[in-house]
Design a protein around this ligand. Structure first.
Ligand code: FES
Length: 159
């Protein structure tokens, strides 16, 4: 009985410690993102740094929520999406930093193979066919690519 109580206290302490660490981490990250932001959007990349076919992952802090996103240069146009498959709530690059199909024409979720159009985010093949990735607003300014928070309630998009 006493062991169970001690273990419960230890686990509760670890849980609270985890929450505190997460809060400190998010607060620091929010400050850093604020420094890297302009007009309410985060500077994610310089245009020159991202060749067509390249992808960059990033985080946004939108209100109290952290959103994982990725920016893709597809045929010279930049698109940003929440890094979350529409089939299940896993990131598209669940295993490794890979977003494109082998022929580099589509985005792919490596978990079950859903295929998305890079320019629209529409799932055209796989278990989420007909649904679209959540798009994030992209601003091109002074040779930089900025990405902002999506409008509305972002809680459903957050970790
Ligand atoms: S989680 Fe992406 S296809 Fe299933």
């Amino acid at each position: 009985m006493a062991v169970t109580i001690y273990l419960s206290i230890i686990f509760l302490g670890l849980y609270l410690l985890g929450l505190a660490v997460r809060k400190v981490f998010l607060t620091r990250e929010a400050r850093r993102i604020k420094r890297e932001s302009r007009n309410g959007a985060r500077i994610v990349a310089r245009v020159k740094e991202m060749q067509p076919g390249s992808v960059r992952k990033f985080w946004l802090v939108c209100g109290k929520h952290r959103i994982d996103g990725f920016l893709v240069n597809y045929d010279g146009n930049f698109h940003a999406y929440v890094n979350r498959c529409r089939h299940m709530t896993t990131p598209l690059d669940f295993v490794r930093y890979q977003f494109f199909t082998e022929d580099r024409r589509h985005l792919i979720c490596l978990t079950h193979g859903a295929i998305y159009e890079p320019d629209s985010g529409l799932c055209i093949e796989g278990p989420c066919k007909g649904l679209s990735l959540y798009r994030l607003p992209v601003i091109m300014e002074r040779g930089e690519v900025l990405v902002g928070c999506p409008p509305g309630d972002v809680a459903v998009l957050a970790d």
